[in-house]
Design a protein around this ligand. Structure first.
Ligand SMILES: [Zn+2]
Length: 268
């Protein structure tokens, strides 16, 4: 081992030692867009920080920075934005995000805010930056084209939460084209129909935050939260919040927004 590597190894060991005793997870958003939307990004950050408590044993990470921009992309509807990890690391057996990016079309921001969907769209996209649907294959939880998520924690929760005791996988979206397929929990009819996968509160998977199409009112399932453990995080299962945007939807327009990892299409 040369000097440089030895130094690096020592630094990493030190970081791991000092952080394992005080596990933290912090998202920093480097937001450059219109200040009137800043609060939506702050709320999405808090949303995920309340759920994620740190990293699985051995990680030297404490979070990451997400560059968030609003820029003209293609005008109203069409592409609303894109998001994902922009760099990652393999550590402790996990592929994890070390930096991310989100961009949104300036032509769509006002309509999303008015309809009440903006908060959910940002939370959803941030979920992809965190690794939901974007690090599945690298972590051995999903085989491309299979439609079957087999991560142990996510699957165990799915069986309980949705009363599917004999399930051997969590169904993954295969429709919607590149950017949607393979990166979301499954829906049917491009988000138009009920999936029949219902939790004890009667909530259909169609309305789950990390499905490929946004249907209001949304909820985040415990399955999604538990699945974060499969991609290297520690979580607080009791932190699963009710969506704060539910009231907004009460007077919002009907929303059917396609939300994808790289691409989103909206129809109003
Ligand atoms: Zn998505």
């Amino acid at each position: 081992m040369n000097k440089k590597l030895a130094k690096l190894a020592a630094a990493v060991a030190l970081a791991a030692a000092s952080l394992s005793a005080n596990a933290t997870f912090d998202i920093t958003i480097d937001y450059t867009g219109d200040s009137q939307y800043q609060t939506y990004f702050n709320q999405a950050e808090s949303f995920w920080e309340n759920i994620i408590t740190g990293y699985q044993a051995g990680s030297f990470l404490t979070g990451f920075t997400i560059a968030a921009n609003i820029e003209y992309i293609d005008g109203a509807y069409g592409l609303l934005g894109s998001a994902g990890p922009t760099s990652g690391v393999l550590y402790g057996g996990y592929a994890m995000t070390t930096a991310g990016g989100m961009r949104f079309d300036s032509a769509d921001m006002s309509a999303m805010a008015t309809s009440g969907s903006l908060g959910d769209v940002i939370r959803h996209e941030m979920g992809h930056v965190i690794g939901i649907g974007t690090w599945w294959e690298e972590n051995g939880l999903y085989v491309s084209g299979s439609g079957q998520y087999t991560g142990a924690n996510g699957l165990a929760m799915y069986k309980t939460e949705f009363n599917k005791p004999s399930a051997t996988y969590v169904p993954v979206e295969l429709g919607g084209g590149a950017g949607t397929a393979g990166g979301h929990w499954n829906e049917i009819d491009n988000g138009a129909g009920l999936t029949g996968v219902v939790d004890s509160q009667g909530r259909d998977m169609r309305n789950e935050l990390m499905t490929g199409w946004l249907n209001a009112p949304t909820f985040i399932s415990k399955t999604t939260v538990a699945s974060l453990q499969d991609i290297g995080y520690t979580v607080n299962m009791n932190a699963v919040p009710e969506p704060e945007s539910m009231l907004l939807f009460a007077f919002g327009l009907p929303v059917l927004v396609g939300v994808a990892r790289r691409r989103k299409a909206a129809a109003a």
